[in-house]
Design a protein around this ligand. Structure first.
Ligand SMILES: [Zn+2]
Length: 92
């Protein structure tokens, strides 16, 4: 990794704030139309971002932000996977 002065910012589908990719979880839609969580940031596909924050997940579910970003339905299991992932984090 090279030092990069410009941090790429992505918009959270929950709170709509722009944040650095490092603080976020990437959700992708693969070419096959599958929805996956991408923790490496390297998977191919259309991506949407959400802060690693349970509050943002709740907002995204409510506003259908992920569905809108990825232009497809998000399976319940993907939300459950996200919930599990975020439950282990306490914000700091
Ligand atoms: Zn957020």
């Amino acid at each position: 990794m090279k030092g990069n002065a410009k941090v790429p910012l992505r918009q959270c589908t929950g709170c709509r704030e722009m944040k650095s990719k490092k603080e976020m979880i990437r959700v992708i839609r693969t070419a096959e139309g599958e929805i996956q969580l991408d923790f490496t940031g390297k998977k191919n596909g259309r991506g949407a971002y959400i802060c690693a924050d349970a509050e943002c997940l709740r907002k995204a579910i409510k506003s259908h932000g992920l569905e809108r970003s990825l232009k497809t339905a998000i399976p319940q299991e993907v939300y459950e996977q996200l919930e599990k992932e975020l439950a282990g984090k306490d914000g700091s």
